[in-house]
Write a protein that binds this ligand. Structure first.
Ligand code: SF4
Ligand code: SF4
Ligand code: SF4
Length: 737
């Protein structure tokens, strides 16, 4: 992901767009933050926000025209938030933090300020804060002349403010000539009659045709706009003195737009009216608590991953990028990048369609390319993919090379239950002219793991073999394979088993009785309305009463397998599956083998659709528990042996004895029984092994790919008792016995 791409994606996230009140306020006052502080009772923080957000705040909060109120969505069905009253409450009740005395001397630039009114006062305050000591020309003699006419403005407050602003300055009660002003390094004209001086040629910077002279237009009648103009003129003056660009970043900032969508206001309410003219503490808290805290985090409640690391997706994308460019593979950020299931749900619910998964995938590719992808994150799924491609791949083609149909169930269906593949294949051969069966992997783990070159190799080979078979139509039984194959196959070449069965008829007739079931769509089928409909039709035709999962169809979630999260962040994957089953009102039915496994692993009764479709009429079979990763590997071998040679291989588990707790523990860490047996067999036929003193317990190891697997075992009858097993990424060069 380069800088441009990161900015593009970052820009799509509107979470940091200002709330409506802030966008509408000419001064950009953080009304949302103010309300949050007051609602939480942190009045000092609220005061600091007001003092930072608006100039001459004690005056402005009394007379502000509150454009924020017009924009505030609370005003749609009730009253908008009374921001000015809240500002005033904060100023009058919050404490100002003690400021460090400044020992910096005033600036020596010769500055003139001409005018009176709120714009001039705001400019004056800003100039003083920046350590400029302007000469002040007040043509009508009173800096606050027009404000005195406003009966909301207490006279003593005005006088105090003027005294503070003018203290120590050279004040002249007349209009200077242009010639006189040319003596100054910078001038701000805010006298309300620009005809006397050159008018502004730019309505953001207030620059005039005279360099260094910034002139405000005729008063707008809006106090907040006037105050803003005063500040902008000083900013221009400062940039002029520094020789910096007057315009840079300002036009964009000037139109403070927001792309936020107004939140639904469930409880329209009326504004709290202060009983005594200003808010009491209770009144201010109650008024602030009405605020809807407008922001976009629409995607957050949908995605546990986005909640996991906190902050907005914008921050996620920044972290991804910084991890690659600055940190070069920080451990926490690596895991963060690999913990997204790439499910695309965020893009569905996001108002701008931002797909965080796409950003995560691009970052993974970069991590792989630059050697920063931690091998441990995807070790097991990649090993499993290799096994599915090299050990258990098989093609059964009764036509001898030119089938009309190819059934490609993928690698996970047979790993869950070989019978689902054999019986589905039988179903297809009974109804279609010529059908071949190819059990293999589509390469999804490589793609999800960011190993795009490897994925392309797998997929290219797949396409080559498909072409050798005469480009048959493909029936899939896995939504991930289906989606990936559709990227490469001509249109209408791939069809799901569910659509095929819906069209050709049920494999078994008669009702299967079960209580109501919750249908759960796999995340990789979120766009496949046809397949989703077919699944529901088939289940209904078998007499089942269906209930939709609250998050289904386009907004379905990932079970935790997608994006290889189950391997990179097993805990998050388990919580994702647990949340989904908790929200299902009934036993679940899924059409993805891995959804079935991961939901079943939570203990929630979950059927694969084939379990119900292939059952004879009558009571539905009991949903099976999760078989475990070792058993899944054995199932694949069994499927291949049965279909290609009619034999049933001996299961490694039959040669091993171990406590259930240890078995579970090893399975959780993807230490596969087949590999344990391999280590023992190697050791027993002369491979490296150590014997524990005075016992028949051996410690043996074998280098399997990039890791070394250690097994502690002893003979037990004609089997092997396993005491422990562990693996690491260190390879042993030499062992001294
Ligand atoms: S839904 Fe999420 S990703 Fe989309 S703009 Fe909102 S916070 Fe950003
Ligand atoms: S509801 Fe709150 S955050 Fe939203 S616009 Fe109104 S004051 Fe601002
Ligand atoms: S792709 Fe899925 S897991 Fe990743 S951020 Fe989006 S919703 Fe969450």
């Amino acid at each position: 992901m380069d800088n441009r791409r990161m900015r593009e994606l970052e820009e799509m996230c509107i979470q940091e767009d200002p709330p409506f009140c802030q966008a509408a306020c000419p001064l950009g006052m953080d009304g949302r933050g103010l309300c949050s502080d007051l609602a939480a009772g942190t009045v000092d923080k609220a005061r600091a926000k007001v003092e930072e957000g608006i100039p001459v705040p004690l005056l402005l909060c009394r007379i502000c025209d509150e454009p924020c109120k017009t924009a505030c969505p609370k005003g749609r069905s009730g009253d908008a938030i009374s921001m000015a009253l809240l500002e005033r409450y904060s100023l009058e009740n919050g404490k100002t933090p003690r400021k460090r005395p400044s020992f910096l001397p005033p600036r020596t630039d010769r500055i003139a300020l001409v005018g009176s009114g709120l714009a001039a006062m705001a400019a004056m305050e800003s100039l003083r804060a920046k350590r400029y000591l302007p000469r002040v020309y007040i043509p009508d003699g009173d800096l606050a002349a027009r404000l005195r006419e406003d009966d909301r403005m207490p006279r003593d407050l005005l006088d105090e403010t003027l005294e503070r602003l003018l203290e120590g300055l050279n004040v002249v009660a007349e209009s200077p000539s242009l010639e006189e002003l040319s003596e100054f390094d910078g001038v701000v004209i805010a006298d309300g009659s620009p005809l006397r001086y050159p008018g502004p040629t730019d309505d953001v910077t207030f620059a005039t045709e005279v360099a260094g002279l910034f002139s405000l237009p005729l008063p707008s009648g809006s106090p907040s706009t006037e105050a803003r103009r005063g500040l902008e003129a000083v900013l221009s003056l400062e940039r002029h003195l520094q020789g910096a660009s007057l315009e840079s970043e300002r036009t964009k900032k000037a139109d403070r737009n927001t792309r936020l969508r107004a939140p639904e206001d469930d409880t329209p309410s009326e504004a709290i009216v202060p009983r005594g003219g200003t808010y009491s503490s209770e009144e201010a808290t109650a008024e602030a608590a009405r605020c809807l805290t407008c922001q976009c985090l629409i995607c957050h409640p949908w995605c546990l991953y986005l909640q996991e690391y906190g902050g907005s997706p914008r921050k996620y994308i920044r972290t991804y990028h910084n991890n690659l460019i600055i940190n070069k593979g920080n451990r926490t950020a690596n895991r963060m990048i690999d913990s997204c299931s790439l499910c695309g749900l965020c893009a569905e619910v996001c108002p701008t369609g931002l797909d965080v998964g796409q950003a995560s995938l691009e970052s993974r590719r970069k991590m792989v390319d630059t050697g920063h992808m931690p091998p441990s994150h995807h070790d097991y799924p990649l090993r499993d993919m290799a096994s599915a491609l090299e050990e258990t791949d098989f093609l059964l083609d009764p036509t001898g090379g030119s089938p009309e149909w190819l059934f490609f169930p993928g690698c996970q269906l047979g790993a869950s239950e070989p019978r689902w593949v054999t019986e589905s294949y039988r179903y297809l051969t009974d109804r279609l002219e010529s059908v071949a069966l190819w059990v293999s992997c589509c390469g999804a783990p490589a793609r999800w793991g960011g190993r795009e070159a490897l994925y392309m190799d797998v997929m290219d080979l797949w396409i080559e073999r498909w072409e050798e078979l005469g480009r048959p139509k493909v029936v899939t039984a896995c939504s991930t394979c289906h989606g990936l194959l559709k990227e490469r196959l001509p249109e209408d070449t791939a069809v799901t088993l569910w659509e095929t069965m819906d069209k050709l008829g049920l494999p078994e007739e008669g009702d299967v009785s079960a209580e109501t079931v919750t249908v759960s769509d796999p995340c990789t089928a979120r766009d496949d309305r046809t397949a989703q409909e077919a699944v529901r039709n088939l289940l209904r035709r078998r007499g089942l009463a269906l209930e939709e999962h609250p998050r289904s169809g386009r907004t379905t979630e990932c079970c935790g397998f997608g994006g290889l999260v189950f391997s990179a962040n097993p805990d998050l994957a388990k919580r994702s599956a647990a949340r989904r089953v908790q929200e299902a009102g009934h036993p679940m039915v899924v059409s993805c083998a891995m959804c079935r496994e991961l939901y079943a692993r939570t203990g929630h009764p979950t059927w694969h659709i084939l379990e119900l479709l292939l059952s004879p009429e009558g009571k539905a079979p009991s949903p099976r528990p999760f078989p475990g990763w070792s058993a899944r590997r054995e199932n694949r071998k069994k499927l291949k042996a049965e279909m290609t040679s009619g034999t049933t291989p001996k299961k490694p588990s039959e040669s091993l004895v171990m406590d259930e707790e240890l078995r579970q523990n090893l399975d959780d860490r993807w230490i596969i029984e087949e590999e344990i047996l391999k280590v023992i067999e190697e050791a027993q036929s002369g491979g490296p092994r150590l014997r524990r003193k005075d016992s028949d317990v051996y410690l043996a190891y074998s280098v399997l790919g990039q890791r070394t697997l250690w097994v502690e075992y002893s003979p037990e009858g004609n089997r092997w008792r396993i005491h422990d097993s562990y693996s690491h990424r260190m390879t042993i060069q030499e062992v001294t016995r």
